[in-house]
Design a protein around this ligand. Structure first.
Ligand code: FES
Length: 130
């Protein structure tokens, strides 16, 4: 069996939402100290909905594929839904990741959460209630 699913390879070769948002409402940057990979997420938020999201990832193929999938999964969603995104859900949406690569998907979860939290720092009144 190939190490990576077709979906992982597709998102690695043709990552969605690559780039940066100049006037982003929230930015989240996380890194993995062990491998040195860095992921940065930019959000544009309107009426509590993530209208746009872009990422820049300096990292391995799995980190790029999970960044890409994570952005697709939160686009058009509420802040609350974005905060509920888990790395497991991202990995499942990619038809799985090899166990040694699960930590890469954790970066995607953490980067999305960090970007939402950055947004909420300036808009505490929009914090999800429960
Ligand atoms: Fe570092 Fe994948 S090896 S995020």
């Amino acid at each position: 069996m190939a190490l990576y699913s077709e979906k992982v390879m597709d998102h690695f070769r043709n990552p969605r939402n690559v780039g940066q948002i100049e006037d982003a409402d929230g930015i989240g940057e996380v890194g993995n100290a062990k491998c040195g990979d860095i992921m940065r997420m930019y959000l544009k938020v309107e009426n509590g909905i993530i209208e746009d999201v872009k990422f820049k990832t300096f990292g391995c193929g799995a980190a790029i594929a999970t960044s890409s999938m994570a952005t697709e999964m939160v686009k058009g969603k509420t802040l609350k839904e974005a905060l509920q995104l888990t790395n497991k859900a991202v990995a499942e949406a990619l038809d799985g990741l090899p166990p040694v690569k699960m930590h890469c998907s954790l970066l995607a979860e953490e980067a999305i959460h960090a970007a939402v939290e950055d947004y909420l720092k300036n808009h505490p009144e929009e914090a999800p209630k429960d």
